[in-house]
Design a binder for this molecule. Structure first.
Ligand SMILES: Cc1cc2nc3c(=O)[nH]c(=O)nc-3n(C[C@H](O)[C@H](O)[C@H](O)COP(=O)(O)O)c2cc1C
Length: 334
């Protein structure tokens, strides 16, 4: 059990929506992010209110090869449920075999990545590469949803490029072939992470299908969650980069509202989760990419910042961090 095995917040009734038969509480979800949405960060965000726990994308070929890296990516904590495993591949048969193999870990939901824009993934027809062939998407979703005992979902983009924004065809292919939910990152593969996300497209997907729709793109602040939901009528909103160094977004709190002392306590909690999951040496190094984002608003003096980021010993790290604590309020002389 990790140090972050805090219980999810008390669940309000009724659920926001259902994923198959699974009730989902809450309207904001931590996006799958390779290198970031691992067990410690997902657990933290889930305990702060993220409604679902998506793993980063996992290569179906690596699942079938039983790579140790894959086992680590698939590890989750019971308190994270509902847990969504995300797989990627271009080959239907391999995806099916990999999906059947990972069922042994008892995920709640299986998601297929249809949005990864990285050339080595999309270029071989996986990730956003699948968007080029909606009929293949239809076959894949039909095969998986028939064969698997858990809901199957898809995370898509708007299309391959500006000239092929076929997201409505893809969304229908998902919904009409057993898909239980569509998450849509409202950019094309060509856009990568640049340009404005097209929230009108999310609204159009919502109009086109009757399964739950999760909107994604350009949600940076708590107010954006409601803004996207009102604009698109989507069931929930997925938050990626806006949650890095800022899990409080799932509590609906502005980063500026989080007191310094609380920020430091959360850094320590997150670090402990990293140490529990990866061990002291690797845990502290892997934590650095989160740490830079946590530290930015605290504006530590340059030398202290550099020392904290370079520290490899957890105990010394905590001592250094302590130097960022707010000074005690002086007791008035009597
Ligand atoms: C570092 C990083 C890794 C990502 N890895 C994944 C992934 O494994 N699976 C996936 O579906 N999307 C992945 N994405 C895309 C995000 O889930 C999300 O769609 C995208 O960042 C847009 O949302 P945002 O504007 O809230 O960041 C990744 C994004 C980033 C920045």
């Amino acid at each position: 059990m990790s140090a972050l095995t805090t219980s999810p917040p008390a669940q309000p009734a009724p659920p926001g929506f259902h994923l198959g038969t699974i009730p989902v509480y809450g309207e904001a979800i931590l996006a799958p992010m390779d290198g970031f949405s691992d067990l410690p960060f997902r657990s933290l965000c889930r305990s702060f209110g993220s409604a679902l726990s998506y793993t980063p994308f996992v290569n179906a070929m690596e699942v079938l090869a039983r790579s140790p890296r894959t086992e680590r990516l698939l590890a989750f904590d019971e308190a994270e449920r509902p847990v969504v495993y995300q797989l990627f591949d271009s080959d239907e048969d391999r995806l099916l075999r990999a999906a059947q193999a990972v069922l042994a870990h008892r995920p709640d939901v299986l998601d297929i990545n249809m949005g990864c824009s990285v050339r080595c993934v999309s270029g071989r027809g996986a990730g956003a590469g699948l968007l080029r062939d909606p009929r293949k998407v239809a076959r894949l979703m039909a095969t998986l949803s028939r064969a698997l005992p858990i809901p199957v979902t898809a995370k898509i983009r708007l299309g391959w490029d500006a000239g092929s924004r076929n997201y409505l065809d893809v969304a229908r292919a998902v919904a009409e072939n057993g898909g239980a939910l569509i998450a849509i990152h409202a950019r094309t593969r060509e856009q990568g992470y640049t340009g404005l996300a097209d929230w009108d497209a999310i609204a159009a997907v919502k109009d086109a299908v009757s399964i739950p729709v999760v909107g994604n793109g350009d949600v940076q602040r708590p107010a954006d969650v409601g803004r996207m939901r009102r604009h698109t009528r989507c069931e929930a909103v997925m938050i990626g980069r806006g949650a890095i160094g800022n899990p409080w977004i799932f509590q609906g709190r502005e980063r500026t509202q989080v007191p310094r002392r609380e920020t430091l306590a959360t850094i320590r909690l997150h670090l402990q989760g990293m140490l529990d999951t990866y061990g002291p040496r690797e845990g502290i190094i892997l934590f650095r990419k989160h740490l830079t984002r946590y530290l930015a608003p605290l504006q530590p003096p340059g030398e202290l910042r550099a020392a904290i980021l370079a520290e490899t010993d957890p105990a010394r790290f905590v001592t250094l961090l302590h130097q960022l604590e707010p000074l005690p309020v002086p007791v008035a002389a009597v």
